[in-house]
Design a protein around this ligand. Structure first.
Ligand SMILES: Cc1cc2nc3c(=O)[nH]c(=O)nc-3n(C[C@H](O)[C@H](O)[C@H](O)COP(=O)(O)O)c2cc1C
Length: 200
C-alpha cells in the first residue's frame, strides 16, 4: 500500500494534526507492513494560490499546449501524479478560523482538473476520476465540534468529505484531536484521538 501523508500545519513538530497523522500512518503500516510513505508538507512546499494563469493553462486544448503552458502545469501535474500513485492518503487538517489552512486549499485547487481528476457525463452529472483510494483525515482543533453545540460550526470534515468525494475519493474517515485549547480536555485530547484510530 503506497501512503501519501499530507501535512498542513504551521506548528512544525508541535502540531497535533501531524502527531495524529503520524499515529495513523504507524497503524496503517502495522496492518500493511513495508508500505512506502511519501510526505508532502503543503505549508513548507509553498504551494501558490490558484491563479488565472494556471486556470487558463488547465483549459488550453491539447493542440495549443506550448512548452510555456506545460511549465505552468508542472506543479499541478506533479501533485496529481503523486495523488494517483497513492493507495492511501493521510491528510493532516488543522482547524484554522473554522476551515482548512489555505495551503491545503491550494493543494486541492491544483489537483482539481477537469478531464484529469473529474469530468461530467453527457447529462451533466459530475464524475470523479480519483478512484480506489482510502482517505484518513487527521483533524485538530482548539474547540470541540462533535457535540450538539459544536456540530453547527463543523465545516472541515463535511467540506473534505464532499469535495474529495466529488473527485472520486468517497472512502474517507476522520479522526480528531479536539479541544487542545480547553483546559479540562487538552491533556488527554491527543491520546484519545490516537486511541480512536481504526484502520479498516
Ligand atoms: C490562526 C489560528 C486560527 C485558529 N482557529 C481556530 C478555530 O476557528 N477553531 C478552533 O477550534 N481552533 C482554532 N485554532 C486552534 C487550532 O485548531 C489548534 O491549535 C490546532 O491544534 C492546530 O493544529 P496543529 O496543532 O496541527 O497546527 C486556530 C489556531 C490558529 C493558529
Amino acid at each position: 500500500m503506497k501512503i501519501l501523508q499530507i501535512d498542513s500545519s504551521i506548528m512544525g513538530e508541535q502540531s497535533f494534526s501531524k502527531k495524529l497523522g503520524n499515529a495513523i500512518v504507524d497503524k496503517i503500516i502495522a496492518k500493511y507492513p513495508d508500505s512506502p510513505v511519501e510526505k508532502l508538507d503543503v505549508v513548507e512546499s509553498n504551494i501558490p494560490h490558484f491563479s488565472l494563469e494556471t486556470l487558463q493553462a488547465m483549459f488550453t486544448p491539447d493542440e495549443h499546449i506550448t512548452d510555456e503552458i506545460k511549465q505552468k502545469l508542472n506543479l499541478s501535474d506533479k501533485l496529481i501524479k503523486q495523488l494517483f500513485d497513492a493507495d492511501i492518503l493521510v491528510i493532516g487538517a488543522p482547524l484554522i478560523n473554522r476551515t482548512i489552512h489555505s495551503s491545503l486549499k491550494s493543494w486541492i485547487d491544483h489537483i482539481t482538473r477537469r478531464g484529469v481528476t473529474f469530468g461530467y457525463t453527457q447529462e451533466g452529472k459530475p464524475i470523479g476520476f480519483v478512484k480506489d483510494k482510502k482517505v484518513y483525515v487527521a483533524m485538530s482543533s482548539g474547540g470541540i465540534y462533535t457535540d450538539e453545540q459544536g456540530k453547527a460550526n463543523d465545516f472541515v470534515a463535511p467540506y473534505l468529505e464532499s469535495f474529495l468525494g466529488f473527485l472520486g475519493m468517497t472512502d474517507l474517515t476522520v479522526f480528531r484531536v479536539e479541544g487542545v485549547h480547553i483546559p479540562v480536555v487538552q491533556d488527554t485530547a491527543l491520546q484519545r484521538a490516537i486511541d480512536s484510530i481504526i484502520i479498516d
